[in-house]
Design a protein around this ligand. Sequence first.
Ligand SMILES: O=C(O)CCC(=O)C(=O)O
Ligand SMILES: [Fe+2]
Length: 205
Amino acid sequence: MTRQPSMFDDLVDAPSLGPVAPERHHLTRGAWLDHLPGWVRGSEAVLDVLLGIDWRAERRVMYDNEVDTPRLLRWYGGAERLPHDVLTEARIRLSDHYAAELGEPFVTAGMCLYRDGRDSVAWHGDTKGRSATADTMVAIVSFGAPRPLLLRPRGGGASLRFPVGHGDLVVMGGSCQRTWEHCVPKTARPVGPRVSVQFRPVGVA
Ligand SMILES: O=C(O)CCC(=O)C(=O)O
Ligand SMILES: [Fe+2]
């Protein structure tokens, strides 16, 4: 029996991706950032799945004590199935869109869970691996509560602020990891959880 479409269909529709049509912001020294708010439609359903994956706390040494880093992590190599099919599709679509410019596909998916405003990541560049010396791209898709992603040039300069959450796409490209730094600061505002999914080529971390 065929069913009449109903007003509830929007709520149960599978998450989907809009066109990859980001706006490019040229930064200094060959760095750039592509920004596309609301790329993933129906991102709440993806967030629900992501909140339930096997998150891991990472320990690091600080002032001689071992402390938990203030966010949870999960890293997927290229061979591991991603927790939601729309993420697999996102990786394919991003690899297609950036193929000519990047020259290789996005492969790994690093995920971070910011449980609330106390979770954060300090200023850094993703400079483990080839990104220490070569131009590359890191594509970030965000789910859940918006948090600001801040960028600033290494060696000093004003910082830029991009709100990221609810299906937004941000791609850091060119020399961005070497010549600029980024962070997600803590906030005293009450905020819900945010999951960041970062796609990178092999050998970039
Ligand atoms: O939360 C984000 O989107 C940024 C995460 C990040 O910079 C990193 O894990 O290297
Ligand atoms: Fe990073």
